[in-house]
Design a protein around this ligand. Structure first.
Ligand code: SF4
Ligand code: SF4
Ligand SMILES: [Zn+2]
Length: 281
């Protein structure tokens, strides 16, 4: 399997996976969304709330604020020595006290550990009129997106097959497909339609171009054909700021490896051969 990045920074990754299968590609997507732990607020103690929002709504909004997560500093509660009681290793406390008029923002959440501050400072939580007040304490814990969407580290995580666009000799450069393409990636060049230089990955595989060509009365087969490579995929991942995107990818791959190692060992046990013996062969 090959992986080629066209973009990789803290917030976004765009890469092509080649020589792999759809099930593996989808397992990687699901693993990034649901199996990478992050911090999110899970418990709120409200001392005063005279805003227009119900307490439950306020707590829900707090839960969805992305929190910067240092995975070396925190462990999930079910693996913590406090056995779920809540301690510095498995939870972070926040305080918030704001009086109106004004807007309560995510930056108003003051963390006990500055490394676990909200990832984005300017997320509005609630608007307060004069004399309205919100005073609360909150606790964030580490958990996974498969338990609740608030623990998902990604805002976008998807893939598509790599597009293959062919144009046959039947093309008379009428330009109908060029006008129809919503991505604007087709051009007339050398008496035929062609894909703009370097833009083939932008094709959404919508096949509107094929339909436009058939509508010209060209016959039963359009001059342009859209296919996709079965073993090559374009991935786009955007993080919510809780973890850098490369960390999301690394953690997801570690999870897949641990799952396959476990399966390998189980199969070894069932067949009377240990995983280590198999690996050493
Ligand atoms: S499949 Fe859609 S996006 Fe791709 S070239 Fe045709 S019209 Fe454009
Ligand atoms: S609609 Fe068909 S014939 Fe016209 S430019 Fe496109 S591919 Fe060529
Ligand atoms: Zn603990």
């Amino acid at each position: 399997m090959d992986i080629a990045f066209s973009r990789l920074d803290d917030t976004t990754a765009r890469f092509t996976l080649s020589g792999t299968s759809q099930p593996f590609t989808n397992a990687l997507r699901r693993s990034m969304i649901g199996e990478v732990p992050t911090l999110a607020i899970d418990e709120v103690r409200i001392y005063d709330n005279t805003s227009a929002l119900f307490d439950e709504m306020l707590a829900h909004r707090l839960g969805l604020i992305p929190i910067r997560t240092d995975l070396d500093c925190y462990v999930p509660q079910d693996r913590c020595s406090c056995e779920g009681a809540g301690c510095d290793r498995c939870s972070v406390m926040y305080t918030l006290s704001v009086e109106g008029p004004g807007i309560v923002y995510s930056r108003d959440l003051i963390p006990q550990d500055p490394r676990a501050a909200p990832a984005v400072e300017g997320i509005p939580i609630v608007k307060l009129a004069k004399d309205q007040k919100v005073v609360l304490e909150a606790r964030a814990i580490l958990n996974k997106g498969r338990v609740h969407a608030k623990w998902q580290p990604t805002t976008t995580c998807g893939y598509k097959n790599y597009p293959v666009i062919d144009v046959s000799e039947k093309c008379d450069a009428c330009g109908r497909c060029v006008d129809e393409c919503p991505r604007g990636i087709l051009v007339i060049k050398g008496g035929r339609v062609a894909v703009s230089e370097g833009r083939v990955e932008e094709c959404s595989l919508c096949r509107l171009c094929e339909r436009a060509c058939l509508n010209t009365g060209i016959g039963e087969e359009s001059a342009i054909s859209i296919k996709s490579e079965e073993s090559r995929y374009i991935f786009v991942v955007e993080g919510d700021g809780s973890l850098p995107v490369h960390a999301i990818l690394e953690e997801a791959l570690k999870y897949l490896k641990s799952q396959s190692d476990e399966l390998f060992e189980k199969i070894g046990e069932l067949s009377g051969v240990t995983g280590d013996e198999e690996k050493n062969e």
